[in-house]
Ligand binder design. Structure first.
Ligand code: F6P
Length: 510
């Protein structure tokens, strides 16, 4: 961060106050410093013009107004209503959705007060029905003074039985609760894992009544959950106007409330709501999700970047990049736009992991690799632990974060080409005052709104995911062929010659 005014970033000068550095913006006490993006004031002004030309303000207004911006599925993307703690009406097709949303809040709160003697929670869900609650449970566990019920929270996503076996080895059947989370309630991994967990309860002599008491569902397909055998009052609905990867704010976030209390869940929603209000109301020039999206677009134009990284310098946020991968790549990893025509840009590959660990892994490539990979450095001002050594450790953590950004920006010359750092490698610094439920909510909503903004700039519908279906369809005949045990499978309309050979190899060795 530069303490001197940076003429390259004069566009931001008007929103600076107190100790916020030049080149930085703030919203909900989250500071975004773009000083190392290498974007000058003329570039910024062109970028904001482009945003207006791309009708970004209209997109933002339409999203919050419940217009059907997910046009391929003819639905709105109203996840913002799930955290609308003001309860102001959100009208969808002539009806206010807030009474249904608040009813679910009331039920979550009531359930929190009712749960006693629970030792284990098995949360079964995958993708958007997994990453959000898993990230929040992990992240908030690091908050030093958080109230926690201390239940063992197990997340079961993969169909691979390794995860199932590990969890069932640890959980105590008589005091376990199971939450089956699936928007569609048809996802194979989830329904099969759910059946396996029910079988485990039975095998451990749980009675029908005990099993009914243990099972809960969170879904937009209530009939399927009932059909599975979940009691009506154990089913928490959400709605088709919530994308799976945008759903942690719904009852999908139930584990957060159950483990840390309803108040903490509300704080999580409050942080996200505050970020929504900022996104909805702030001028583009001061709007954090918009600025971040435009900076990425600039780097695409300038360097043709194909990847970007998010590096949280906080162990508590280790799951954040995985959550972000689905958010960005499932939302915007598309080749055609809303008009069905090829798009110029779409989501780069997204990756990352906690710093400083990441420095000791792939940062070599950031510094000296031939590709330019923009980075979001995410840091937290306050240490996450009250241990006596935490201040000293945190200083080192922060100094590493700042040093990496500086080294990447400026590079270093040397007579030995091996020791040359080319520099001019762009990065953002995102600074949270502390990591708690409120700022976690604000951080996730910031990136959600950034994903929507990028979709609007790229002319992509960020709220469908048709590309994930084809592989699921092909898996069915392949599974059938594997189940046949035959090593004489021949290519047919659903299995090509290479895959047939692989099936035969697997079957011949089974
Ligand atoms: O296959 C991708 C996907 O549909 C994601 O979009 C979604 O988050 C995940 O599967 C789980 O879906 P569901 O919540 O319907 O089980």
């Amino acid at each position: 961060m530069s303490s001197k005014p940076d003429s390259n970033n004069v566009h931001s000068a008007q929103n600076l106050h107190g100790s916020i550095p030049n080149g930085a913006h703030t919203a909900v006490d989250v500071v975004l410093d773009t000083a190392y993006q290498g974007i000058d004031s003329n570039n910024w002004s062109d970028l904001f013009k482009l945003a207006r030309k791309s009708e970004l303000p209209e997109f933002i207004a339409d999203m919050f107004a419940g217009k059907h911006i997910n046009q391929s599925e003819d639905r709105p993307a109203l996840h913002s209503a799930l955290r609308n703690l003001s309860k102001s009406p959100v009208i969808l097709d002539g009806q206010d959705v807030m009474p249904a949303v608040t009813d679910v809040w009331r039920r979550i709160e009531a359930l929190c007060n009712k749960w006693v003697g629970v030792t284990d929670v098995i949360h079964i869900g995958i993708g958007g029905s997994d990453f959000g609650p898993r990230l929040a449970i992990e992240a908030l566990a690091h908050v030093p003074d958080i109230e926690s019920r201390g239940m063992r929270m197990h997340f079961l996503a993969n169909i691979d039985t390794a995860e199932l076996a590990r969890i069932l080895d640890r959980a105590q059947p008589n005091s376990t609760r199971v939450i089956i989370v699936s928007k569609s309630f048809t996802t194979l991994e989830t329904t099969m894992n759910a059946k396996a967990v029910v079988a485990w309860l039975k095998d451990n002599n749980c009675t029908k009544g005990q099993i009914a008491k243990a099972l809960f569902a969170v879904t937009a397909n209530v009939p399927a959950a009932k059909e599975f055998g979940i009691a009506d009052d154990h089913i928490f609905p959400f709605w088709d106007w919530v994308g799976g990867r945008y759903s942690v704010w719904s009852a999908v976030g139930l584990p957060i409330a159950l483990q840390y209390g309803f108040k903490t869940f509300e704080e999580f929603l409050a942080g996200a709501h505050a970020m929504d209000l900022h996104f909805k109301n702030a001028p583009l020039e001061n709007n954090l999700p918009v600025i971040m999206a435009l900076a990425l677009l600039y780097q695409q134009e300038k360097h043709g970047i194909k990847a970007y990284a998010a590096i949280p310098y906080a162990d508590a946020l280790d799951w954040f990049p995985k959550w972000l991968q689905q958010l960005d790549m499932e939302s915007n990893g598309k080749s055609v736009g809303k008009d069905g025509k090829p798009v110029k840009y779409s989501s780069p590959v997204v990756f990352g992991s906690a710093g400083s660990n990441a420095q000791h892994s792939y940062f070599q490539l950031f510094h000296q690799g031939p590709e330019i990979i923009p980075i979001d450095f995410i840091a937290v001002r306050k240490p996450m632990s009250a241990r006596p050594e935490s201040l000293a450790h945190h200083r080192i953590l922060l100094s590493n974060c700042l040093a990496q950004a500086q080294a990447l920006a400026h590079g270093k010359t040397d007579s030995n080409p091996n020791n040359v750092y080319p520099g001019k490698r762009p990065s953002n610094l995102l600074l949270l005052p502390e990591l708690n439920a409120f700022y976690l909510g604000a951080l996730l909503a910031l990136y959600e709104n950034r994903a929507g903004t990028l979709g609007a700039l790229w002319n992509i519908n960020s709220f469908d995911q048709p590309g994930v279906e084809y592989g699921k369809v092909l898996a069915k005949p392949i599974e059938k062929a594997l189940a046949s045990g035959s090593d004489q499978v021949v290519a047919n309309e659903s299995v090509d010659a290479i895959t047939a050979e692989r099936i035969n190899f697997l079957n011949s060795n089974s």
